[in-house]
Design a binder for this molecule. Sequence first.
Ligand SMILES: Cc1ncc(COP(=O)(O)O)c(C=O)c1O
Length: 399
Amino acid sequence: MKNEYGVEMPGGSEGHDFETLDPAWLRSKTGNKWRKHAPALPAWVADMDFRPAPAITSHLTGLLDGGDLGYPRRDDNNRMRAVEAFATHMARRHQWSIDPDRVREWNDVVQAVQAILHVATQPGDGVVVHTPAYPPFFSAIEQTGCRLVAVPARIADGRVSFDHDELDARLEREPARVLILCNPQNPTGHVFGTDELARILEIAARHDLLIVSDEIHADLVFDRRTHVPIASLAGAEGRTVTVTSASKSFNLAGLRYAVSVCDAPHVAGRWSLLPDHLFGATNIMGAEAAWAAWTHAGEWLDAVVAHLARMRDLTLHLVGEHLPGVTVHRPDATYLAWLDCRATPVSENPHAAFRASGVETSDGATFGPGGQGHVRLNYATSSATLGQIVATMGSALRP
Ligand SMILES: Cc1ncc(COP(=O)(O)O)c(C=O)c1O
């Protein structure tokens, strides 16, 4: 099939190769992942090492070759066509039917989270977060003058759980206004099941919490598990803002395009009172890349998820082989593994030890309560590069 510029759109049945990654090409990349800590091998920031889907790159090439970079077409409600594509993708992949009128476009997910906290909280308000957590949630809470209410993970027998009974009791003593849910969860890869989500909704209703649900990793779920958008459940009405992007699933983080689905009238109402360019406007390349991703790259996504599941399994195997004393549970989603290094000789600061060995991981201490003595490892690469990364980390643990 050809796109509107006459460029052939890949898709259909051809195979995708995530194993052939030329080391020279990786090292020549100009982005943060491969550059910032070079020559260390990068297993930190959540970018994948793969080229984006051909359907996306050929679409962007078509825009460039067509000299078509003026103000992009927007519908009567000022939305890019990516919004319709997003609604279709959600319905097809996650059985979630979205009213496009509730969708707002952003440059990135963290911007949307901050914009929600900005209008929905007052200084000193409590914000609930499951920890360890994606570090920008903490800065968003701090920068909006809010107070962290942490729900620590319990990781035992390879399973991740959060104590919502304890949260319920705690909110009686320590009221909060917002719960930031990250589902699937970064960094644990935990996929919240329907029962857990129903319990969270029940608690949110009793304590009148707004739920901000960051579902950016929703497409990257393994082993036939399903992602359940919390906003799709009964009892969520009027209480959620879901934030997401094509950037994790399709490896487009540099393009800066995200969306929110707002089912919280007070948030939408307060946003509408703000100057309409205060948060900037989305750019054509980000929005068109997201459109192409959600419209034409479904097969590529299936293939990358299958590859990531293999890399997840390989990570567990390699950790057992090279990292004595490190424990790691099997993530159900994402391309991030949460390594518990507290029983190793480098328990004080495993991130510094692995950096000294030649691998950059994400420092667990920045993931909040429960993060000390851990690192987060990004396994979205080829098996050869992953093997090199974990073997190099192993040298930090040898006497
Ligand atoms: C849970 C989560 N939310 C948000 C982001 C970042 O999204 P953005 O670059 O759109 O702000 C990431 C990136 O790793 C993430 O893991």
